[in-house]
Design a protein around this ligand. Structure first.
Ligand code: PHE
Length: 324
């Protein structure tokens, strides 16, 4: 075959290859094992000896020219595709930034913050207390006898003998009174634990506890304060009921219900601090009186936002949380 023509064809096809795949095919069709040039090279052996060297030289020159053309075209193609990427991926630096998705406080935290602001505004001091508590603080010092039903293993998580996960925030009353002298106005917020895994309850929930001790505290002070708090939380026109109740650490004791969806719903327990509790922390009940109250923060959040059941608050379902 005419070598010059072969080379001409090869160069034409190489420069016509539109992408790297096409180029690989063209290269194979000339330089590959079954390519046009390779069969010419194989034919060398059949030539008369005196022609072999000259023909061999020509074939090598042809091979080299094709190889160089392939390499050059490969370079062209790479360059072109880089160029294309640069023009297509243009960045408009004047566009506004997308911004980071921001989270926000959990509904329970929102309610807790609202309560903290409310009680701080009334002059109450916020204190913290341990969640792992002694039986003495959680029960005894709160006038709860050793045979009180709340102490049973079915109701209380025992960490070890004499140590419990606090079942309410009331032990914080004792800890706060031990380190202070009246007059005092203190409140706390935090987790409490009860051995109850029914679907409508959670074994862990949150309470707010507040108390005031001074020398002329009456039941009217308690009632007035709590009515103001409930109205602040649920609106001035909320229907409130004050109902008598019993707690070992308050006497008399009461509970507040609010009217919602055709029924009364309990939202907090309260009462005048029992004289035995005051005596236990060295405060003379003849001179001082106090009131105390405790409420479930989760319950307040559920009622405020219409969330139910309580576990909705702990599932962290974005569809729920994003509504706040
Ligand atoms: N500790 C009580 C409870 O968990 C609530 C309470 C607090 C009642 C303070 C009276 C006074 O149910």
């Amino acid at each position: 075959m005419d070598l010059a023509l072969l080379v001409e064809q090869a160069l034409e096809q190489v420069s016509g290859a539109a992408d790297e795949n096409a180029l690989i095919q063209v290269k194979a069709s000339f330089l590959g094992r079954n390519g046009a040039l390779s069969s010419e090279l194989r034919g060398l052996g059949k030539l008369p000896k005196e022609e072999r060297a000259a023909r061999g030289g020509e074939l090598n020159v042809a091979k080299k020219r094709i190889e160089e053309a392939v390499a050059a075209q490969q370079e062209n193609l790479r360059h072109a595709s880089a160029e294309q990427q640069l023009t297509e991926a243009q960045i408009d630096v004047t566009l506004p930034a997308l911004g980071l998705p921001l989270g926000h406080a959990h509904p329970l935290t929102l309610v807790e913050n609202e309560l903290i602001a409310l009680f701080s505004g009334m002059g109450f001091e916020w204190v913290d207390g341990p969640e792992v508590e002694t039986e003495a603080y959680n029960f005894d010092s709160l006038n709860m006898p050793s045979d009180h039903p709340a102490r049973e293993m079915q109701d209380t998580f025992y960490v070890e003998d004499g140590i419990v996960l606090r079942t309410h925030t009331s032990p914080v009353q004792i800890r706060a009174m031990e380190g202070r002298t009246p007059p005092l106005r203190v409140f706390t917020t935090g987790r409490v634990y009860r051995h109850d895994s029914s679907t409508r309850h959670s074994p862990m929930f949150h309470q707010i506890e507040g108390f005031l001790v001074d020398d002329r505290v009456t039941f009217t002070d308690l009632k007035g304060t709590l009515y103001a708090v409930v109205r602040e939380l649920f609106g001035a026109d909320v229907k409130i009921r004050f109902r008598r109740s019993f707690f070992p650490f308050t006497e008399p004791s009461g509970e507040i219900d609010i009217w919602r969806d055709g029924k009364w719903l309990e939202i907090l327990g309260c009462g005048m601090v029992h004289p035995n509790v005051l005596k236990g922390v060295g405060i003379d009940p003849q001179k001082f009186q106090g009131y105390a109250f405790g409420a479930g923060i989760d319950r307040i959040a559920m009622l405020k936002y219409g969330l139910e059941p309580i576990r909705v608050l702990f599932e962290n379902d974005q569809r729920v949380l994003n509504q706040f």
